[in-house]
Design a protein around this ligand. Structure first.
Ligand SMILES: *[C@@H]1O[C@H](CO)[C@@H](O)[C@H](O)[C@H]1NC(C)=O
Ligand SMILES: *[C@@H]1O[C@H](CO)[C@@H](O)[C@H](O)[C@H]1NC(C)=O
Ligand SMILES: *[C@@H]1O[C@H](CO)[C@@H](O)[C@H](O)[C@H]1NC(C)=O
Ligand SMILES: *[C@@H]1O[C@H](CO)[C@@H](O)[C@H](O)[C@H]1NC(C)=O
Ligand SMILES: *[C@@H]1O[C@H](CO)[C@@H](O)[C@H](O)[C@H]1NC(C)=O
Ligand SMILES: *[C@@H]1O[C@H](CO)[C@@H](O)[C@H](O)[C@H]1NC(C)=O
Length: 880
């Protein structure tokens, strides 16, 4: 009648072993996206968008051909209401038939379509094509990636993404798909309340275990997370309760356990905006007798205005609205008071705290057990929400000094860092849980032929994630397991069924085991609840204890070492009964399954792999090929946009070049003293002028259709004509300096010769008087002669060049290059330096003066010889 089910709990090792460079954390909210990059050497902070704002509007849109992100994309709705896609998180991983698509149309004028998977696609009116929600969100992730890469100065791939705890398998999978479509690699999904808990633990010490409520009020929902915090190795300085929030060192670790979740969609930030919008629409329609229902632009402007009114009313008692020419040149003026807003939302007020009370109940705690309420999310500043939560929790329990907007993204980033060994962060031991009851169902296999469905709660609500459980089933044939959410919560559009697992090859596998002596073999299916909260199949095998007929085997059986491990699965003859080998709250591997010996060979013989296939029920998963196609669509859009930017740049450069040349020609015509005139010939100017005329005509007629390459070629043609003039000008410009430099080098050499000659005369005189034989000149006559020769040769070469230059017009190429002058100057300078830098030697009378090869080794040092070296000359100094 029943079969035995054994559930096993096996902790998984961390999914990501250590080596990755940058990690991107994205807190993808319904209205706002926050991101943070962690890269060794880059200051850890929230990423700024292109306008240096710390948060990015979660929108994508088009202004005709130009794709927009952030607030630009949100604001374009007032001009192109159907080309702006805000708050797409409402419809990620959602069936088109769900009430969520209806809701989305309340907050956006976008046109929604059904995909062949039954999900939602959006259809902008600009002709950009239809896009699935995954693709549009993928674009936003790719945009965030590009912001991160600008900061990281390298490619960024790995991302940790926050997700509302109540997100279903399908919604989680769709977000992961969007990450991949955006060109990123998802490391993990992290529940947003959990991320806030990690952030909270990062800088605090908890000598005694504390329980906190994290209330995250966002645009899409309000959610509560109960977390416990404990610091097992708290330092003595932080042991009093008063010092609870003292900053801790990385030496202290923290244990963060997530205990329960609660949530509500009805009282979301978007819903408050929607209520204000409804009021404004109604006010306009009543006072002007006009319907706005078909005026997308007016509705988009009112939505934007409703957002503004909501934020004004957070701090003020009333808000004035003026929308000029809202429709038919009618200016819409009205006033909204906070009281009116509160009245319009009075039915929602129980829902503001309901997530927290639900979560407390799920955790088996009361407000008395709670140290503080950590408020988070942009919507948490709304006075009605604040008032509601203060009323139940008490003012004293509202945590201060918590960064409400950025806690989730920073927590996700810390978590990413803790996965990597590259960052030295505080050690956080985190245990997250799942928000929903997940059950496994299958039809019983009974001899009488009557079937009934057996449901087993395999991953109950609040059970730990990152866990495998093994089902042991007595089956004789192929069968199907269904995974579903047990209690469909009140979440509009929440899909109950997750997936079917079809297990096949059961009959041959059992026969295989039986033929080898196994008695009553069973089927074992291992299910995985991943760290990201997704369920899947890990393994499916047929398993049987094979009788060991060898002598040792028999002896083992005698002493009770053999057939114990499968006793639980084989002892029961009942079909359908459910028993848990271990308590579902325990994380330790169940000893019943692990063989008592480490005889892995024997274990291998005892099971035979089964094949299985998965059929996703509410929403079919994207195939790899579909994801690749989507990725390619995004890439080709990126490429097209880049090509367009390149083309626009090429065209601008060409235009700029044309106007510059035209101005040069015009000036040269008016005042022949311009450099352009001086350095160009008549025929060169004519050639440029006529090419300019044809290029400008071409620009006016055909440039719109021309590609980047042609635009660049046109510019190059003009540059080629201009190049000789520019080159000439450049050469003539530097020749005077080069001549000056060479003169200075010659002067220095002449000066040296004079000094040397002086010294020699003195030496001779003193020798004559005192008979000092050893005191000779530092330089040999040959050396002096060499310099003299160099000076005279260079001087005449230079004079000849100067004579040539004298009669030249500047619109022909110079008869020599400045570089030649420089080379000669350097040669002289080196020769002189070699001699002046020589140490005052005291050569023995027998020894000859040092040879030139020895002196060559002394390095010239300009500072010691400042007298001899023209310091200010650029070219010589460069050479030195
Ligand atoms: C969706 O829910 C709203 C509010 O609960 C309701 O007014 C609306 O009719 C529903 N729409 C659909 C298509 O079920
Ligand atoms: C919660 O508070 C109650 C009453 O104050 C107390 O009995 C209980 O032990 C507390 N629970 C925890 C987990 O601290
Ligand atoms: C049983 O299965 C194992 C492994 O799958 C295979 O090596 C062996 O040949 C099979 N034995 C029989 C009798 O089919
Ligand atoms: C089946 O045998 C393989 C190979 O030894 C082992 O890795 C796997 O864990 C076994 N599966 C089960 C469910 O016992
Ligand atoms: C050195 O002596 C020579 C010949 O006696 C003379 O021509 C020359 O002018 C003298 N040089 C100096 C710098 O006095
Ligand atoms: C040679 O004599 C001059 C003048 O008396 C003196 O300054 C110089 O140091 C002497 N040189 C050597 C190498 O002794």
């Amino acid at each position: 009648m029943t079969s035995t089910i054994i559930l096993l709990l096996l902790p998984l090792s961390l999914l990501f072993p250590g080596t990755f460079a940058s990690v991107l954390a994205i807190d993808y909210g319904t209205d706002w996206t926050k991101a943070s990059l962690m890269k060794p050497g880059v200051p850890f902070d929230v990423l700024l968008n292109k306008d240096s704002k710390r948060k990015i509007h979660s929108s994508v849109g088009w202004n005709r051909d130009d794709r927009l992100f952030g607030s630009d994309a949100f604001n374009i709705a007032t001009r192109f209401p159907q080309d702006s896609f805000p708050s797409l998180k409402h419809i990620i991983g959602t069936q088109f038939t769900s009430n969520k698509t209806w809701y989305y149309n309340q907050i956006s004028q976008a046109i929604l379509l059904e995909t062949d998977r039954g999900t939602v696609a959006l259809d902008p009116k600009n002709g950009a094509g239809q896009w699935t929600v995954e693709e549009l969100i993928g674009m936003q992730f790719a945009y965030v990636k590009s912001l991160a890469e600008d900061v990281a100065k390298e490619r960024v791939f790995d991302v940790i993404l926050t997700v509302p705890p109540y997100f279903s398998n399908a919604e989680r999978q769709a977000l992961l798909d969007a990450v991949e479509i955006g060109g990123l690699r998802p490391l993990a999904l992290l529940n947003d309340g959990t991320a806030i808990a990690v952030n909270y633990a990062m800088t605090r010490s908890f000598p005694e275990k504390e329980y906190h409520v994290i209330l995250d009020a966002g645009a899409g929902s309000i959610r509560a997370t109960i977390a416990s915090f404990y610091t097992p190795n708290a330092l003595p300085a932080t042991t009093t309760k008063v010092q609870r929030s003292v900053k801790t060192t990385t030496k202290e670790s923290a244990e963060v356990d997530i205990l329960a979740f609660g949530w509500n969609h009805a009282a979301s930030g978007n819903e408050l905006t929607r209520r204000i919008k409804e009021r404004l629409v109604q006010a306009f329609e009543e006072s002007h007798g006009l319907s706005l229902s078909n005026d997308g632009r007016a509705l988009a402007r009112i939505w934007k205005e409703a957002e503004r009114v909501k934020s004004i009313l957070s701090a003020n008692a009333d808000s004035f609205t003026t929308l000029e020419s809202l429709v038919n040149d009618i200016d819409f003026k009205t006033k909204t008071t906070r009281l009116e807003l509160e009245e319009a939302c009075s039915d929602l007020s129980p829902f503001f705290v309901q997530p927290a009370t639900d979560a407390l109940a799920n955790a088996g705690l009361t407000w008395d057990n709670i140290t503080s309420v950590i408020l988070s999310g942009g919507h948490s500043r709304t006075p009605i929400i604040q008032a509601a939560i203060r009323a139940v929790a008490g003012d004293a329990k509202i945590a201060q000094n918590v960064n409400a907007d950025e806690a989730a993204v920073l927590g996700a980033a810390f978590y990413g860092a803790s996965l990597s060994r590259q960052f030295r962060t505080k050690k956080i031991k985190l245990q997250d849980i799942t928000a929903h009851d997940i059950q496994v169902s299958y039809d019983s296999e009974s001899k009488s032929g009557s079937k009934r469905t057996i449901n087993t709660l395999i991953f109950p609500r609040s059970s730990k994630v990152n866990v495998k459980k093994t089902l042991t089933l007595k089956r004789k044939e192929d069968f199907t397991l269904r995974l579903s959410y047990k209690t469909p919560e009140f979440i509009p559009g929440f899909p109950q069924n997750i997936l079917d697992i079809e297990i096949s090859d059961v009959i041959p596998a059992l026969a295989n085991l039986t033929s080898r002596g196994a008695v009553d073999p069973v089927v074992k299916v291992t299910l995985l609840l991943s760290e990201s909260g997704l369920v899947s199949v890990h393994d499916a095998v047929a398993y049987g204890q094979i009788r060991d007929d060898t002598l040792t085997g028999k002896l083992k059986t005698l002493f009770g070492g053999g057939a114990t491990s499968s006793s639980e699965s084989s002892s029961s003859e009942d079909e359908g009964a459910t028993s848990f080998a271990t308590g579902s709250s325990s994380l330790t591997p169940a000893p019943a399954e692990t063989p008592s010996t480490s005889d892995t060979k024997k274990e291998a013989k005892n099971n035979v792999s089964l094949t299985w296939s998965i059929n996703y029920l509410s929403i079919r998963h994207l195939t790899s090929a579909e994801k690749v196609t989507s990725r390619q669509r995004l890439t080709s859009l990126d490429n097209a946009e880049e090509a367009k930017r390149d083309r626009e740049e090429a065209r601008n450069l060409l235009e700029g070049h044309i106007y510059r040349l035209r101005d040069l020609l015009d000036e040269a015509r008016e005042t022949p003293q311009t450099p352009f005139y001086e350095f160009s010939t008549e025929s060169e100017r004519e050639a440029i002028g006529s090419l300019l005329v044809t290029t400008m005509a071409w620009l006016a007629e055909s440039a719109d259709a021309a590609d980047t390459q042609i635009l660049r070629t046109k510019k190059r043609a003009l540059e080629t004509l201009e190049a000789p003039i520019q080159g000439r000008k450049k050469e003539w410009d530097i020749i005077p300096d080069a001549i000056m430099d060479l003169r200075k080098a010659l002067d220095a050499a002449t000066h040296f010769l004079l000094t040397a000659s002086n010294e020699r005369n003195q030496t001779e005189t003193s020798n004559g008087i005192e008979g000092e034989e050893n005191n000779v000149s530092k330089w040999t006559p040959e050396e002096i002669a060499e310099i003299e020769e160099l000076v005279s040769e260079t001087t005449s070469w230079m004079n000849a060049r100067l004579a040539e230059v004298g009669g030249q017009r500047k619109n022909v190429d110079a008869p020599f290059r400045a570089a030649e002058l420089d080379a000669r100057g350097i040669k002289i300078q080196k020769a002189v330096l070699r001699l002046t830098n020589r140490k005052i030697a005291k050569p023995s009378p027998k020894k000859k003066v040092p040879s030139s090869s020895e002196t060559g080794s002394s390095t010239p040092s300009p500072s010691e010889n400042s007298e001899a070296i023209p310091q200010e000359t650029h070219s010589l100094r460069d050479e030195l």
